[in-house]
Design a protein around this ligand. Structure first.
Ligand code: SF4
Ligand code: F3S
Ligand code: FES
Length: 253
């Protein structure tokens, strides 16, 4: 069954913009991205939107629908009342380039700040062995599609541009946690202290575990419970372990 739906779509660029009203046909089974494509094919051929897979896997089509961060391609039109007006706006935490497309380079900059996996020097390719429970623990984090919905939602940066410098955001703190939990990561031997980095370079202390990041993750990764809280515990263990404390004291003399 088809019906005519009302939409408000944010249009503009870095200099400003506003909501434009559209009325557009919606067919049974469609997602919001289908409607955006129909707008491009009819009333707004120059409407800018970023997308790629239309299958919830590339992480490109992130936007805000009725104020909630979501993937355009994974939001079914059937979740809305046909009588309601659906509002689509760009991600709020990142600068607008045009219409629904934002500049997400903050995230790439933060990704580059996390030191990469360090393979153990004594093992060659094909010799890596991990327990299944260790594989399972980090596997969850590997489901991330880098949609940056969590980054956009976390209140630490959503309304506080000034925090971006010091805070890597949930996605990249999760990456630090994943590497710190990895049994084969030899970063420490290479002089990289991931827990110190989490605290001093990536702003772990800014996270006050509100869990908004977890709520919006389309991959249902338990970012807060399985990555951020364990990372905080590991950082605290390190800071308050009496032996580590004594070692640091002696080491500094
Ligand atoms: Fe997106 Fe989830 Fe990855 Fe965050 S953790 S970037 S919300 S898939
Ligand atoms: Fe932000 Fe998630 Fe922590 S929303 S405050 S990173 S739990
Ligand atoms: Fe790839 Fe939506 S288009 S996640």
């Amino acid at each position: 069954m088809s019906y005519q739906a009302r939409f408000k779509v944010w249009r503009g660029d870095a200099d400003g913009g506003g909501l434009t009203d559209f009325e557009v046909t919606v067919n049974e089974g469609e997602v919001v991205l289908d409607v955006v494509h129909r707008l491009q094919a009819t009333a707004a051929p120059d409407l800018a939107v970023r997308w790629n897979c239309k299958a919830g896997k590339c992480g490109s089509c992130s936007a805000e629908i009725n104020g909630r961060p979501r993937l355009l391609c994974m939001t079914r039109m059937s979740v809305f009342d046909p009588a309601e007006t659906v509002t689509i706006t760009p991600l709020r935490a990142f600068p607008v380039l045009r219409d629904l497309v934002t500049d997400v380079s903050y995230n790439y900059a933060k990704a580059r700040e996390v030191p990469s996996f360090v393979p153990p020097a004594e093992l060659g390719p094909g010799q890596y062995r991990m327990k299944q429970e260790d594989v399972n623990r980090v596997q969850e984090f590997r489901k991330c599609i880098e949609c940056f919905l969590c980054q956009n939602t976390c209140h630490v940066v959503r309304d506080h541009e000034e925090n971006k410098q010091a805070f890597a955001g949930p996605r990249f703190l999760m990456r630090v946690a994943e590497l710190d939990m990895h049994p084969l990561d030899a970063a420490a031997e290479a002089g990289v202290d991931r827990r110190k980095g989490a605290r001093e370079d990536h702003g772990l202390g800014y996270c006050n575990i509100t869990k908004c990041c977890t709520e919006v993750c389309p991959e249902h990764i338990k970012i807060t419970d399985n990555a951020l809280i364990p990372l905080k515990e590991r950082v605290v263990d390190r800071s308050y372990d009496p032996l580590v404390w004594l070692g640091n004291k002696i080491g500094r003399r």
